[in-house]
Design a binder for this molecule. Structure first.
Ligand code: HEM
Ligand SMILES: *[C@@H]1O[C@H](CO)[C@@H](O)[C@H](O)[C@H]1NC(C)=O
Ligand SMILES: *[C@@H]1O[C@H](CO)[C@@H](O)[C@H](O)[C@H]1NC(C)=O
Ligand SMILES: *[C@@H]1O[C@H](CO)[C@@H](O)[C@H](O)[C@H]1NC(C)=O
Ligand SMILES: CC(=O)N[C@H]1CO[C@H](CO)[C@@H](O)[C@@H]1O
Length: 331
């Protein structure tokens, strides 16, 4: 009797506190009974896709980052626009979120729906895929707690101000991360994601063409690197797909070369370079450049923290049947 009373009290306590502790309801074994093959199916789909298309890792990691920064990790980024709604991903067309990330999630969702229909959320798929891929290309492993529900809102106008642009001053980038409870150190660690992937020429064209009266390119660049970028991007206005590796030395490997590059004028974006010059961020750049173990530890912690940012549980969300549409529009 006393036990039941205590139990009831505890349940009430948790019910009342649900919104603030939503992410504590997540756990690593969430699908153990309902979809025991979840980890294997994910690994299988991801390995096949990454082998066939090596740009998938960076594409998916960036997609996950953009999903979480706008309203939390709730797969809102995956929703397609329709006549009634201009979805979040439309705003990011300018930032050219790459198709391989979307494609990977669709493949995983299709495979999982065959095995355990209506069980695994798109937001759990995206968070898990980003982690698996980081590990697969040489980065650290970190636990992903599961049980996110997919969000019910996705609007293009919610993006502005939540995603940092490479031309923003560091103060503004710091405050965007701070608004998600991410510290300066966590920001610098997460930015180490630029150890893989590409940026389109237009993202750094101002640094390489007509930079100033005195110099054609930003003198912060290592000169040979700037010359190489000018050549690579010479036709970028005609061919907007032209892009450069974010990490010129080890472009496909998740390592701490990004930070070592920054110290040598090999940072591609203005924001990359600023991390190495601003006195608030530079100490962390130097630390991660010197110690990859420390970078991996801090990246893992920050990515795990990001992965539970503002997650929806219970009736705040749903398990979508298709990742690109809300269930209500899909019945
Ligand atoms: C600190 C502020 C950040 C800024 C200003 C920034 C900006 C950018 C820009 C402009 C691009 C190139 C996009 C394109 O041309 O297609 C890019 C690529 C990328 N970003 Fe960031 N980013 C930031 C932080 C992050 C973080 C925290 C992550 C992940 C944890 C991340 C992951 C990536 C990845 C993986 C790519 C390569 C995408 C690909 O190859 O498909 N970025 N970023
Ligand atoms: C730089 O700017 C000048 C004057 O605006 C222009 O004539 C020139 O073509 C520009 N050069 C490049 C490489 O864009
Ligand atoms: C730019 O276009 C010119 C003329 O079509 C071509 O010769 C050159 O190879 C192109 N450069 C790059 C980097 O694609
Ligand atoms: C690198 O970081 C790890 C983890 O924090 C630490 O244990 C180790 O002592 C550091 N190595 C050096 C050379 O500072
Ligand atoms: C949010 C944003 O920058 N939107 C721009 C995307 O690109 C189109 C076309 O270049 C612009 O008209 C938008 O303002």
């Amino acid at each position: 009797m006393a036990f039941h009373f205590l139990h009831l009290l505890l349940s009430l306590f948790f019910l009342i506190h649900l919104p603030s502790i939503a992410h504590s309801k997540l756990n690593a074994d969430y699908y153990q009974k309902t979809c025991p093959k979840f980890p294997q199916i994910m690994r299988q789909v991801i390995t096949a896709k990454q082998l066939a298309t090596p740009s998938t890792a960076a594409a998916t990691l960036r997609l996950f980052f953009h999903d979480c920064m706008v309203g939390g990790c709730d797969a809102s980024i995956l929703i397609s626009s329709n006549a009634f709604n201009r979805a979040e991903r439309e705003a990011d067309i300018n930032l050219s979120l790459p198709g391989d990330g979307f494609d990977l999630v669709t493949r995983a969702k299709t495979a999982l729906e065959l095995e355990c229909p209506g069980v695994v959320s798109c937001s759990d798929i995206l968070a898990t895929a980003a982690r698996d891929l980081v590990t697969m290309v040489g980065g650290p492993y970190y636990p992903i707690r599961l049980g996110r529900k997919d969000g019910l809102v996705s609007k293009a106008e919610n993006v502005e101000g939540n995603i940092a642009r490479s031309t923003m001053p560091i103060s503004q980038i710091i405050s965007i991360f701070a608004s998600k409870k991410l510290t300066v150190q966590e920001m610098v660690a997460l930015a180490g994601a630029h150890t893989i992937g590409f940026s389109h020429c237009k993202e750094f064209s101002k640094r390489i063409f007509n930079f100033s009266k005195k110099s054609e390119y930003d003198p912060a660049y290592y000169p040979k690197y700037a010359e190489g970028l000018r050549k690579l991007c010479e036709n970028y206005t005609k061919d907007p797909a032209m892009s450069a590796y974010n990490d010129v030395l080890t472009p496909n490997k998740f390592d701490n070369m990004y930070y070592r590059n920054l110290q040598k004028g090999l940072g591609l974006l203005a924001s990359d370079n600023a991390l190495a010059t601003d006195k608030r961020t530079r100490p962390y750049v130097d630390m991660y450049a010197a110690n990859q173990t420390k970078f991996f530890q801090d990246f893992a912690h920050a990515a795990e923290k990001l992965s539970v940012y503002n997650v929806k549980t219970g009736r705040k969300g749903e398990v979508r049947r298709r990742c690109d549409a809300f269930n209500a529009l899909n019945t």
